[in-house]
Design a protein around this ligand. Structure first.
Ligand code: UGY
Ligand code: MN
Length: 245
């Protein structure tokens, strides 16, 4: 169905809304039995890559070119690193520091968010460590005291780590308390529900399955609509000086 050239997707200088009707799949080197939707990368102006990896059963990722963060949306992935094997199911996540030898293969047909970023070293900071967890075991924290807006931090916070990945869950009607404008960029995958996202000077209806990139200083605000909570996975660069010093 061609919808006469209409789509909710929109590309502006400081943001991208990419809706599933505009996704194009691509293979990537080293991966087998996996199709990728590359949502964000340097070609867009982003300083990280974010993709959705769609695995056939038995499919596997290639080596990571940088730090790698995985979040399982559905299915079951097997992660092998060092002498350990981990099984990640829905809500499972892993952080592999740059250069960590590992393999990721799908035990069943699966979908995962894959975020990769070149590591920015920090003089005096310890090396980052591998993390494996499940979102269901992470205690939520309210945002600015709003009980209707809950944040779960999937990455450790401290000098070794140069990015954050959180989930944010909004009860119906909950909203960010302010329009944010900040130096950090975001990669955002809508996981559940929907609402209205303000990006720059435009307001977009968004729903589960949509991806958003927000460049540095992109004005942003979200309000949840509907009868069930809205939830998204959100990446941001974090804890590094803008001059790279
Ligand atoms: O962490 C954040 O900057 C987050 N509050 N931004 C957002 O939800 N657009
Ligand atoms: Mn933000």
């Amino acid at each position: 169905m061609h919808h006469l050239g209409l789509t909710r997707s929109s590309l502006k200088h400081d943001h991208l809304l990419q809706t599933p009707d505009t996704f194009i799949r691509t293979p990537l080197p080293g991966a087998e039995g996996v199709e990728f939707v590359v949502h964000a990368g340097p070609q867009l102006g982003a300083r990280f890559t974010q993709m959705t990896a769609e695995f056939a059963a038995g499919g596997s990722l290639g080596p990571a070119p940088a730090q790698r963060f995985l979040y399982v949306i559905e299915g079951k992935l097997e992660l092998k690193a060092g002498s350990k094997t981990h099984v990640l199911s829905s809500g499972g996540f892993a952080f592999l520091p740059q250069g960590t030898p590992h393999t990721v293969s799908a035990l069943t047909a699966s979908r995962a968010a894959v975020i990769e970023k070149a590591y920015e070293t920090q003089p005096g900071a310890a090396a980052p460590e591998m993390v494996v967890g499940n979102e269901g075991n992470i205690a939520p924290v309210t945002l600015m005291g709003d009980e209707a807006l809950r944040v779960r931090s999937l990455m450790p916070d401290g000098p070794p780590y140069d990015f954050a990945v959180n989930t944010m869950t909004y009860d119906p009607g909950a909203a960010l308390s302010m329009v944010e404008i900040h130096v950090m960029e975001h990669g955002l995958l809508m996981l559940e529900g929907g609402g209205i996202y303000r990006l720059g000077d435009a307001w977009y209806p968004v729903e589960a399955g949509d991806f958003i990139w927000m460049g540095p200083y992109c004005p942003q605000w979200f309000g949840a609509l509907g009868k069930r909570p809205a939830k998204y996975l959100i990446y941001k660069d974090w804890r590094r000086h803008p001059l790279g010093a």
